[in-house]
Design a protein around this ligand. Structure first.
Ligand code: ATP
Ligand code: MG
Length: 796
């Protein structure tokens, strides 16, 4: 299919089409949220293939999530047809996996390497800490891994990290890095950060390999460029930099770099904590001296009200380039604000409001998104939504692929393709319990190190290992047999779902769960059934696998003659499924009302919804407690707020709670400064703090909501009325307990006592009278920021 030029440029404004048809020099498209950056990138791919005759296999497009990749591929296919299938549209990580699978021999590992995700890495690091005899109080596996991750994102290997270590702690971290890396290598495994770093190392070390990939990719396009880290930046340079300039002395052929287009918005950079570097986008024109820049200024997503609000908030960040972003969608509805008595009341308001919107035909549940700062905040919304029968979906949180039983099942599969993968192998060695104890495991381990063989080979030769009781030895032999039989199935090319089912039965795993009385185990069986269904779907049609990313992408291959998808492909996809991949697509052609989507603000990047609820807008929640005293972090939180606000198309709600129970103890948080940064005349406050009829004294216990007598309509009314009557009763009690408070007059250094946290020392006080907020150090409970008007503190 060859679309006409008009079709390719249809619905684009002037700067947008200039970006689409641009040729040659590196191109940067910078623009605020909703201005069509992703749309331009997608159209440009279609343009390259259709008008400039680029081979689809020569296109590499990078998106932030697998879901975004699938959507982009689909859009391009709609425009240019099935030949688009062989282009690479993927995340950085997926692209690197595919490159490394082909080139792994150069780097000295096998192409069937396992990818360790965060949980696997943590298990491995725990083993490393034990090996090094580290004091777990001082050296937590998670902290060490964080440090290593930063080093890897900066492309530092263990030796370089050791060289740069500045104190004893860092030297120990670097030592752990080295051992951890050795262990990964023994297991023929790579962690997430390795995928990027190894690819860069590959290109830098083996020039001819790099030149081959340069020959292959003639067009590189990157979405969400503001969130690239140094390793990703380096990778782009390897593929797109001017080959004549770097390493001028080195002999050999030089292939010019690919044509590069990046799109992004510095105001939406929200992944600094994972090593993203906002300078990458800010310095693009310096990094690529001949670069051209296109600015987009019209927003097509949101009403002017929403845009003005978002611009007003982000305007408080310093050192940014101001943007003129406008919309001709009209002013639309005002932003609606709500101050809840507590988080339950806030959640109830959200549920009632959605109910009202759907009853009045203003929106369907599937049009609505609820955002919050941290995953844990979803729980209250879930509880309330379940009670009122509001269908919802949580994106992120305890993810399917992180559940224990799913991980166990995958560990079986990983062991089959790569028995050198110790973490997986040891995970299932005695799961379900088959009488292989720690002692027997240690004997095999010792034997394997002495013989310089893998742990798996140690198991196979366990009979030679000294010190293993004969009962354990029998159990090990039986286990080895089970694994070997399953391996034969894999080698014979058996379907993934069949292998998985067989593994779950012959291992006895399923039986153990089925015979258990624990109701949780019933859910586990269901989850495993779900996993088998995922595998079946994948085996039937790899396009529908856990993440739609067509299998082979050899540029010379025709669609259809890709090799049969195997277990390795399946595992690869599963390990790369990111948070946003769980957003279900609305069933096609159905008038389904859908489900409310709940997610953290970080997960919301790049998405849009007709109705958005931005919740928990309290200082200490959002902006996050951690960021309060730190300007760069506070600015990152503000960018996160900007991302949240700009997801909304027509309606935007902002809400907060006066009292919130955090870690079991209620805290009284002041309004988020981001609320103060919204233009006053754009917000219609349904309920303000001053209008609070009651507030819940924390000694009345958490979870007891205060009264809310909002109007409910239709189906929701009866449900809510009955479900909430108990909450209302306790609210009456709280009303009685309400008393006028004197606001204590505090100065830094004053000693105070708090009903819950006990003795504390005032660190600082901001604001006066009604607005006075004190930071108080409660020792073991940490430093709390409290609005003195509500906080039960007394000066001593
Ligand atoms: P973000 O910064 O949030 O990633 P973005 O700049 O990538 O946003 P898109 O998601 O590409 O923006 O576009 C936002 C919305 O505007 C989409 O619904 C898109 O289809 C629509 N849109 C973009 N350009 C136009 C246009 N020229 N005419 C009509 N609609 C457009
Ligand atoms: Mg976008």
């Amino acid at each position: 299919r060859r679309p006409s030029r008009d079709e390719l440029l249809e619905g684009l404004n002037e700067p947008q089409w200039r970006a689409v048809v641009h040729e040659g020099a590196p191109l940067l498209v910078v623009a605020g949220a909703g201005s069509g950056k992703t749309r331009v990138l997608t159209r440009r791919i279609a343009w390259l293939i259709s008008e400039r005759n680029a081979h689809p296999g020569s296109v590499l497009a990078i998106t932030f999530t697998n879901k975004a990749a699938a959507e982009m591929r689909e859009r391009v296919e709609e425009l240019v047809g099935g030949r688009a299938k062989i282009m690479w549209v993927s995340t950085f990580h997926s692209a690197c996996v595919r490159i490394l699978r082909k080139e792994s021999a150069n780097l000295g590992f096998k192409s069937n390497f396992t990818i360790y995700d965060a949980a696997d890495s943590k298990r491995l690091m725990t083993l490393v800490c034990r090996d090094l005899d580290l004091d777990v109080k001082r050296y937590q596996p998670r902290a060490i891994l964080n440090w290593i991750s930063n080093a890897k994102n900066e492309l530092q290997d263990a030796d370089e990290a050791a060289r740069d270590a500045e104190n004893d702690q860092e030297r120990t971290y670097a030592e752990a890095y080295k051992v951890y890396q050795d262990r990964l290598r023994q297991a023929n495994a790579l962690d997430f950060d390795d995928l990027l770093m190894m690819t860069v190392v590959l290109f830098r070390t083996f020039r001819e390999v790099r030149e081959n990939w340069r020959r292959r990719f003639r067009h590189v396009l990157v979405d969400e460029y503001q969130d690239t880290n140094h390793a990703q930046y380096a990778l782009i340079h390897e593929l797109c930099g001017n080959a004549m300039e770097d390493l001028p002395d080195e002999p050999g052929e030089r292939v010019p770099g690919a044509e590069l287009m990046v799109v992004g918005d510095a105001d939406q950079s929200i992944y600094a904590f994972r090593g993203a570097n906002i300078r990458n986008i800010m310095d693009f024109e310096q990094d690529f001296p001949n670069a051209e820049t296109v600015l987009l200024e019209q927003n097509y997503r949101s009403t002017q009200t929403i845009l003005t609000a978002a611009n007003s908030v982000i305007g408080n960040n310093q050192g940014r380039t101001p943007k003129r972003l406008w919309s001709d969608a009209g002013d639309g509805a005002k932003i609606v604000g709500y101050v809840g008595d507590d988080e339950r009341d806030e959640a109830r308001f959200v549920a009632e409001e959605i109910d009202k919107l759907t009853d009045e035909g203003e929106a369907r549940a599937g049009d609505v998104a609820v955002f919050y700062r941290t995953n844990a905040q979803s729980r209250v919304f879930e509880e309330v939504f379940i009670r009122v029968g509001m269908p919802y979906k949580v994106v992120g949180g305890v993810r399917f692929y992180e559940r224990k039983e799913v991980r166990d099942a995958l560990a079986y599969l990983r062991t089959l393709v790569n028995p050198a993968d110790q973490v997986s192998l040891r995970r299932i060695l005695n799961t379900p319990k088959r009488g292989i104890g720690d002692r027997a495991e240690a004997c095999v381990d010792a034997f394997a190190s002495r013989e310089r063989i893998t742990f798996w080979e140690g198991l196979q030769r366990a009979a030679e290992a000294p010190g293993i009781a004969s009962r354990s030895l029998n159990a090990i032999t039986a286990f080895v047999e089970i694994i070997e039989q399953l391996q034969q199935m894999v080698e014979a090319g058996e379907r993934v779902d069949v292998v998985l089912e067989q593994a779950l039965t012959t291992s006895g795993y399923l039986k153990e769960l089925e015979e258990s009385d624990d109701p949780q185990d019933e859910t586990r069986v269901e989850n495993l059934a779900e996993l088998v269904a995922v595998a079946r779907e994948f085996a039937d049609d790899p396009q529908l696998g856990p993440s739609a990313d067509p299998a082979d992408a050899d540029p010379d291959a025709e669609p259809g003659d890709a090799p049969a998808p195997g277990l390795i492909d399946f595992l690869e996809r599963v390990s790369l499924v990111a948070d946003s991949d769980q957003i279900p697509d609305a069933p096609e052609g159905e008038e389904a009302p859908g489900m409310v989507t709940m997610m953290t603000l970080h997960t919301a990047k790049g998405l849009e919804f007709p109705v958005v609820f931005l919740t928990g807008l309290e200082d200490g929640v959002f902006p996050h407690m951690r960021s309060l005293g730190d300007k760069p972090e506070l600015e990152e939180e503000r960018r996160l707020a900007y991302v949240g606000l700009t997801r909304a198309r027509q309606r935007l709600y902002v809400s907060r709670a006066i009292v919130r129970s955090a870690w079991g103890a209620p805290s009284h948080n002041p309004a988020s400064r981001f609320i103060d940064e919204l233009p006053v005349d754009l917000v219609d406050w349904r309920r303000t703090a001053a209008e609070q009829t009651s507030w819940v004294r924390q000694d009345l216990g958490r979870g007891s909501g205060a009264a809310y007598s909002g109007q409910l309509t239709g189906r929701g009314r009866q449900q809510m009325a009955s479900r909430f009557s108990s909450a209302t009763a306790s609210a009456d009690a709280s009303k009685k307990a309400m008393a006028a408070r004197d606001i204590p007059n505090l100065d830094p250094g004053d000693r105070v006592t708090h009903d819950t946290f006990g003795l504390g020392t005032v660190v600082s006080v901001e604001g006066v009278a009604e607005k006075a907020v004190a930071s108080i150090d409660f020792g073991a409970d940490g430093v709390k920021r409290l609005l003195l008007r509500y906080a039960p503190v007394e000066k001593l």
